[in-house]
Structure formats: structure tokens, C-alpha cells
Design a protein around this ligand. Structure first.
Ligand code: FE2
Ligand code: FE2
Length: 219
């Protein structure tokens, strides 16, 4: 199949899985005492620093100029998100200055992404799929902020962060259209996308069980 047909098919497959993460299913559950915007933003800091670092690692290991600049753009955006979230945390009374979101090491999704070696896999997993997940999670988080009465955090996500994550997904789409042109590259892209989604579902399930977290924002 052509790259365009493949990307449309992959998108449809991803969206079908992502619907399981959508608000209807996840926004209803009861919010436990410690589940508040501040604590969710601390989770966001970890996601943003991991997204920054994976994009930066990948940008130095490719010679393809378009790919390099796509990862560079993403790394910069994720670092910007980190700073904005840290500032918002400060306004909410939490000083992120002394906080190391990687204090307990990298998470499973980062480790999986870091194991990918080909550009088509990295773009399919790290941009096209991970960023599509981020868009869904951020929509959920915006709703959470709205319900919590935190207009400022909701606006930060609605006006800046979510559009950036959508753009990262689009970067992945345009690169996949150029890279996923053979049966082999398409199969590789399909497999890493499925694994990324499965990990996201597992992580969401684990977060739900251990911390009662339903709406942690993504990158
Ligand atoms: Fe981000
Ligand atoms: Fe992103």
C-alpha cells in the first residue's frame, strides 16, 4: 500500500484504541483526596522532561535534516512546556526548583522509546503515536482543570501545550508519509505504534490502581 494509505490506516487503528482512553470512560471516576491539579502537574513535569530528552537523543543520531529538525523542534517545545508548567506550579504554591522529576529514573515508555533504533520506528512511536495519546490525555486534563475551577492551567493547556502536541503528531505524520513506503517499514511502524499504545494503556491502568490518577497530562 502507499505511504498515504498506510498512514491513514495507522491513524484509524490508533484512534480506535485511543477512544478507550477518552473522557467518557476515564473522567467519571471519583477523584481521591490527593488528586489535584498540582499533583497532576508534577506528573506532567516528568512526562515533559522525558519527551525533551528522547527527542534530543534522537536528534543527534540521525543525519536526515528534516528528521533532525523535527526532533529539535519537539525538544524545544517540550522544554518550553516544562518551564511553563514549573512556573504554574510555583503560582500554585509548589516550588519546582528543587524537584527532580527523574529522581526515580526514567519510566517504562521512555525506556521503550529509547530502545528504538530506526527513524521510521522513532517517528511512528515517539511522534505520530505518542503525541496522539498526548492530545487525548490533555483534553481530559483540561476538562479536569475546568471542573476543578482552575481556569489558568486549563488555558495554558488549551492555548499552548495541546496545540504544540498536536503539531508534534503532525510532524510525525509528514515524516511517516516520506519514510513508511515499503512493506517492511510499514510493518515496523505498525508494531511500534501498537506497543506504544499498549504501554500507554498499561501505564494508565497502573496509575489508576496505584495513585487513582485518571487524567495525567501527556506530551
Ligand atoms: Fe509537551
Ligand atoms: Fe509533544
Amino acid at each position: 500500500m502507499t505511504a498515504a494509505e498506510f498512514v491513514a490506516q495507522l491513524d484509524a487503528t490508533n484512534q480506535a484504541v485511543l477512544r478507550r482512553l477518552e473522557p467518557e470512560a476515564t473522567l467519571k471516576p471519583e477523584v481521591s483526596g490527593t488528586l489535584n491539579v498540582t499533583n497532576l502537574l508534577k506528573v506532567a513535569l516528568k512526562n515533559e522532561i522525558e519527551a525533551t530528552e528522547i527527542a534530543a537523543r534522537w536528534l543527534v543520531t540521525t543525519t536526515d535534516v528534516d528528521v533532525k529538525m523535527a526532533f529539535a523542534r519537539q525538544a524545544g517545545d517540550e522544554a518550553k512546556h516544562y518551564r511553563m508548567i514549573a512556573e504554574r506550579l510555583g503560582e500554585l504554591g509548589f516550588d519546582a526548583g528543587g524537584f527532580d522529576p527523574l529522581g526515580q529514573g526514567f519510566g517504562p515508555l521512555f525506556k521503550y522509546l529509547d530502545s528504538l533504533t530506526t527513524t521510521v520506528e522513532r517517528v511512528a512511536a515517539g511522534q505520530f503515536t505518542r503525541e496522539a495519546i498526548a492530545v487525548v490525555k490533555n483534553r481530559q486534563f483540561i476538562e479536569f482543570c475546568d471542573r476543578a475551577g482552575d481556569r489558568i492551567t486549563a488555558t495554558l493547556y488549551r492555548d499552548v501545550i495541546e496545540p504544540d502536541e498536536r503539531f508534534h503528531h503532525q510532524l510525525g505524520r509528514s515524516l511517516l508519509l516520506r519514510l513508511a513506503t515499503t512493506a517492511e517499514t510499514q510493518e515496523a511502524a505498525r508494531q511500534v505504534s501498537a506497543r506504544t499504545l499498549a504501554l500507554a494503556e498499561e501505564l494508565q491502568g497502573a496509575a489508576l490502581r496505584t495513585a487513582g490518577i485518571h487524567h495525567a497530562p501527556g506530551c
